[in-house]
Design a protein around this ligand. Structure first.
Ligand code: GLP
Length: 260
């Protein structure tokens, strides 16, 4: 696992956008897995700026959703489908047919989950998966004690996650209890995992993810099992890392051609 400590969220967004730009130069039709939440927005802004400036061609990129609420009406502005269309697909100038996600309004949720895992595999697998992290260490919506081998499935949110996400809704009663999320096993199949965490509130979860044991209690710790995982953190989110100086030293001395 590579840990990169950056000055702030904007610098993290720029670094990861550079990584994505490099991927799109090597593989123009790369399948990019995207996360929602506030944290990844600087990545999408930086990538959009590169596309608009003409330094990267994302016209053949494909976008895959990480997770989704269950039961929000189609087109609800806070469904993750609407969110990803608004924050990623439209700004990059892509069309809806370059985008895939699980169907959170399906009658048969289990079938929708299985269909999504199948669709990801048939699309050739995710090349680079962007991840955020919940304050309880969740990735996607894999809450603590999710199986590290889990596949895309329905999950029940913890109250802490509902409270954390209530800011996107008028009140907490509107936050769904159920979600569909790519499983941890599904996420681990992506070729490159890039987790961005910013702010003091994520420091404990980051420390447990990076320096704690691999444990279902901290779902993001599964990144330790992946051969190409990059954790990008700002100074505040890095504040509880024991090896922070080592991570800084390693990145400062990394050959520039390697990228992330
Ligand atoms: C939700 C999403 C996660 C995201 C998390 C943290 O739970 N399902 O993918 O990482 O929120 O969001 P934020 O970045 O806003 O803290």
């Amino acid at each position: 696992m590579e840990v990169v400590i950056v000055k702030d969220a904007k610098a993290g967004g720029e670094l990861i956008a550079d990584g994505i730009a490099g991927l799109l130069r090597r593989k123009p039709d790369a399948l990019l897995g995207v996360a929602t939440g506030s944290t990844p927005l600087p990545i999408y802004d930086a990538l959009t700026a590169r596309v608009r400036a003409g330094s990267v061609d994302a016209s053949r990129a494909r976008i895959a959703q990480l997770d989704e609420y269950v039961g929000l009406p189609a087109g609800h502005p806070e469904s993750y489908r609407s969110t990803v269309l608004r924050q990623v697909v439209e700004p990059l100038g892509l069309s809806a047919d370059q985008f895939m996600g699980p169907d959170g309004s399906a009658e048969d949720v289990q079938a929708a989950c299985e269909a999504y895992d199948k669709a990801l595999a048939e699309a050739g697998g995710v090349d680079l998966q962007i991840l955020g992290i919940g304050t309880d260490g969740h990735i996607g919506f894999n809450e603590p004690c999710s199986s590290l081998a889990s596949r895309t499935r329905i999950k029940t949110l913890t109250e802490q996650t509902r409270v954390d996400n209530a800011r996107f809704f008028d009140d907490i009663e509107q936050v769904p209890h159920h979600v569909i999320t790519q499983g941890i096993g599904t996420i681990l199949e992506a070729r490159h995992l890039v987790l961005l965490a910013t702010g003091e509130g994520k420091a404990e979860a980051v420390a447990q993810t990076v320096e704690g044991p691999v444990a279902a209690l901290v779902p993001a710790s599964a990144l330790q099992l992946h051969p190409h995982a990059t954790v990008v953190v700002d100074e505040a989110a890095a504040s509880k890392l024991k090896l922070a100086d080592y991570f800084r030293h390693t990145f400062a001395n990394k050959p520039a051609w390697q990228g992330i």
